[in-house]
Design a protein around this ligand. Sequence first.
Ligand code: IPD
Ligand code: CA
Length: 263
Amino acid sequence: MSQASANLNIMIKAARKASRSLIRDFGEVENLQVSMKSAGDFVSKADLKAEHIIREELTEARPNYGWLAEESEEVKGADPTRRWIVDPLDGTTNFLHGLPHWAISIALEHKGEIVAAVVYDPIKDEMFTSEKGAGCWMNDQRMRVSGRSRMIEMIFATGLPFGGSADLPETLKDLARILPGCAGVRRWGTASLDLAYVAAGRFDGFWEHNLNIWDVAAGVLLVKESGGLIEPLKKGDNLLEDGHIIAANEAAFDSFAKVIRNT
Ligand code: IPD
Ligand code: CA
């Protein structure tokens, strides 16, 4: 990004610092010849370490902002209008399995709105950043959503519920409606990157049920600032808090949303 604010620079620095620790641990997890349980414990520690690094960087620079992250209790800030929303390791299951597709997601919320966002994929060294009104960037390149408008040419991303999740029947119905009329659906396992890829025009759209605020907070701004549309799946829900999300380029949004919302 050409003219990053002080806050965005702090966020980028925190993401880069945490990424060094995560990359070291990712190298080890790939070689771990141990049970899934010990690998799981190892990854939880990697996750906690990354969160600790990000928290130190952000709170040292902005001690009065609030803090909400996947691995810790929420902390209200002395400034009640601003909070960091952080997922230190999005794509934990990929990380655990040695799949090189995971990210660090950091958002800054001001008065209920996301005003700065970082989604960093350290393996590909792709730093997606955005600030309200300043567009969306990947490293030094400006991002735009895709220009496709024919559903049959489009690729969408989603998340598939696992481990007995109650969302499975609904997602299977979504897939049955969307798959016959599009070029494919991907489940890559990192919601923040799914949204960054919509922003970059790599995916034409994305939807998922039951996400957490830290999965989507940064991605929401990336999509908006790259010219995309992003809404709660269920009209009337809160986009950030309720976790059911649909996003696409502007030309595709209505036809895509009609299929997914079944309206
Ligand atoms: C998960 C990923 C995944 C999404 C899940 C999230 P985690 O986050 O973003 O793509 O489908 O709903 O929980 O657990 O890897 O941080
Ligand atoms: Ca996550």
